[in-house]
Structure formats: C-alpha cells, structure tokens
Design a protein around this ligand. Structure first.
Ligand SMILES: [Zn+2]
Length: 423
C-alpha cells in the first residue's frame, strides 16, 4: 500500500484555489479563461518538475505523462477538469486533476515500479458555464462512440459556435480555443489505441459519505435521467379588470400541475429517486398581466429504467386534462441511460479502499461527469471524496486535505492494480 502526501495535497489545494479566487472562499474559473490558463500553467510547472511529458490536443485537453517500464504498454489515465461554475468551489473538477498529480508525484518520489505509462489529463470545459453545454469536450472527443441521441448534442461545429453566457469574452468557443496557449495537435487526443483505463476522482457533491462517516466512495454507476419541459397555455388579460372566475392563468395552472407531479411521484415510494424543477419561464412576466404561457423543467434521475418509465407516465398524464382552464404539453429535452463503470476497475477501487484502512462504501453518481462519455471509449471508473454538508457548485464547497489525500491514495493503488491487470 503506497500512501500519498497530505502536505503536498494541501499545498496543491491552497495553490490552485488562488486561480480565479473570487474573494470569498471560492473561485470563478471559466474554461480557457485567464484564470484557467493560470491553473494550467501551474499544472505544467508541477508536472515538468517530476519529469512528466506534457501534450496538448486541438481542444486544449492537456496530458502529463510519466513513462512505465514497458514502452509499448497503453497509458492509464486520471482525468478531470480545471474549470468551475460561476462562484464555484475549490474542489469540483480540480480535485481529480490534483489527485492525478499527487499519484504521479508519489510514484516518482517513492520510485514505485509500474509497467504502463501514467497520465493526468485536464479535460477542457466540463462545466460549460461560459460556453455551454456541460461535458462539451468529452462529448466531442467521444462523439463517434456515443449513442446517437447523445452524440447529436455535441457536434463539433455546433460546439465551436457556442456563444458565451457572460459579456467580455470572445464571440464563441472556437475563438476561445484559437486564443488558447494550450491548444495543440488533434493527434494527441485521448483514444483507445493509446489508453487502456481511466479513473476520475471527484468530490461526492452530496451528503451520503458524510452521513455514513465514510471518507471515500467506490462509485458504481451514473444514474440514468430524463429532462422534460412542461408547457401551460392560457390567455393574457389585465390583472385589475379581468374577473377571477373567467381567467385561464398559466402560472396558476403550472403550480397546480407541479404539486400534482410531486404528489404522484412521491406515491411511488422510492427515496433514491430524485427529481427537480429548477427552471421556470413565465410569459409575459409583467406584474399587471395574467400569464398566458408558463414553462417549467423537470429533471428526473434513477438507476432503474422501469422506474424512470413509471415517472414518465406520470409526466405524460399531465397532458390528459386541463389545469385552471389551461392546456398542458410536454417536450423531451434529453435523456440518458444509466452508465455502469467497468467491473474490473470498480473492483480495484474497492480493494484499494479496503486496503487503505479508510472508511468507505459503494455509492452512485447523480451528477454528470466527463468519465461517463469516456467510458464509451475505454474502461472507466470513479472515486468519490467526502464533501462537507454535501455542498458543491458553491463557494462553500469543502473537503479536508486528509480526505482528499485518502482519495488520492485509493486512486494511486487502484491504478497500480490496473497496471498489473492490463497487458
Ligand atoms: Zn466536476
């Protein structure tokens, strides 16, 4: 059992937290921004210091690689992202990069024998918070391998045309890339000929490990999901002159339907099922006008496709009646199946958890990660690290240096098991 260094991990956490420091404990570090460039420069500096070779591809993905004893062996990679959401935390994404760095630093420092080259990869624009969508670049790199209804959302030309959500940046993502000092050669893109296994270590972003007193989790799968919009149509009229009993108020209709959805879905009695309405559009959104059209989102996640189908039946039933005199329609925005991690790699993570002496458990992933697209290319798995109060995508996001180091130790030892397993 090789152990990573808590001092070195703490130093990395402190250092990377400066790049995009928003002044109140967290960071804003959009992909390919000045702040992201600073984090990438730090990555290069530290990886060159241990003798790693740095490569970049045409999407500004970065790869730091140390050789193994077998020059013909494929690479084993730890991958995550260096970008954040607006006013995000110091761990989401960058923890996986720091974990990979820590693993490689430990291998070099302790002269740990291994056959395969070991690589740390920064995958560009996971969050998509400046140039949407999320998981953009893994969606491009894995496009030919993804199911068609997923692949269509990540077409190269569409992605290059993605406009910034914030003023003061280049016209589109293609321009951001053109300006990036970290844009390299397409031939360097990760592929199955050169890589044989991937780990992504990430904060849990939920409260389960903490509640169970566990430092780390061996992730089993990413939950399948669907995302629908529900649209209610009535008619607009003056708020002062139009009597209540003659109104077709679309917002009132949507409110009733939302409560109906909660009541019916909760009757399924499955506590591990999660569903969310996080977006709502009200038209014309004027305080003196009765709304004529309201649309809200519904995001539903669970491992089991049969249960998701049951929830979808409930969603469809909304269209079978009128709500406060308004009609209801639904629209599918996207869906994805549950992605199960590679059995062998999952097993190596579980063994490494057990041998590390850490408190650990099997856990599921509810959020999307680049690893799920890469899993269509090469065997892939994930490790989760305990997150304080389950908070993420927030400046309050926190994981202790000790827990982050346990995550790195587990990742490193799982990599070494994969190193022996793959020929
Ligand atoms: Zn992330």
């Amino acid at each position: 059992m090789y152990k990573c260094s808590v001092e070195r991990m703490a130093d990395k956490i402190n250092t990377f937290s400066k790049y995009g420091d928003a002044g109140h404990g967290g960071i804003t570090r959009y992909a390919l921004s000045e702040e992201d460039n600073m984090a990438r420069a730090e990555f290069v500096k530290r990886m060159e210091a241990i003798g790693a070779t740095i490569e970049m591809d045409d999407l500004a993905n970065m790869y730091a690689t140390i050789p193994g004893s077998n020059p013909d062996a494929k690479r084993i990679v730890v991958q995550s992202h260096s970008d954040s959401v607006k006013n995000g935390g110091n761990y989401d994404g960058i923890l996986g990069v720091m974990t990979g760095m820590e693993a490689l630093e430990t291998v070099v420092e302790q002269n740990i024998p291994h056959e395969h080259p070991f690589t740390v990869m920064i995958c560009t624009n996971e969050e998509g918070s400046l140039n949407p969508p999320a998981m953009m670049v893994s969606g491009i790199v894995c496009n030919d391998l993804l199911p068609k209804d997923l692949a269509k959302n990540f077409q190269y030309d569409d992605m290059m045309a993605s406009k910034p959500m914030v003023d003061g940046f280049p016209a589109n993502f293609g321009e951001m890339l053109k300006n990036s000092p970290y844009r390299g050669d397409k031939a360097n893109r990760i592929n199955a000929d050169k890589y044989c296994a991937m780990f992504e270590t990430h904060i849990e972003q939920g409260p389960i490990l903490e509640a169970n007193n566990n430092e780390v989790g061996a992730v089993q799968f990413v939950m399948g999901m669907f995302n629908y919009s529900l649209i209610f149509k009535g008619f607009a009229a003056h708020a002062g002159t139009f009597p209540m009993d003659k109104r077709h108020d679309a917002l009132y209709a949507a409110s009733q339907a939302l409560i109906y959805l909660h009541d019916e879905i909760d009757k399924l009695g499955r506590p591990e099922l999660v569903y969310t309405t996080g977006e709502i559009y009200c038209h014309p959104c004027v305080h003196t006008v009765i709304p004529d059209e309201v649309e809200f989102s519904l995001d539903v996640r669970h491992e089991d496709p049969e249960l998701r189908a049951k929830v979808l039946d409930i969603v469809k039933s909304v269209t079978e009646r009128k709500w406060a005199g308004c009609t209801a329609e639904i629209r599918e925005n996207w869906k994805r199946d549950t992605v199960y991690w590679n059995e062998d790699l999952k097993g190596f993570v579980e063994e490494a958890c057990e041998e590390s002496g850490a408190n650990w458990q099997k856990i599921q992933a509810g959020a999307g990660h680049d690893a799920q697209f890469f899993s269509y290319m090469i065997p892939t798995t994930m490790v989760f690290v305990r997150t304080k109060d389950g908070i993420s995508h927030s400046e309050d996001e926190f994981a202790t240096p000790e827990d982050c180091t346990v995550g790195a130790t587990v990742t490193l030892n799982a990599m070494l098991k994969a190193d022996k397993f793959y020929k």
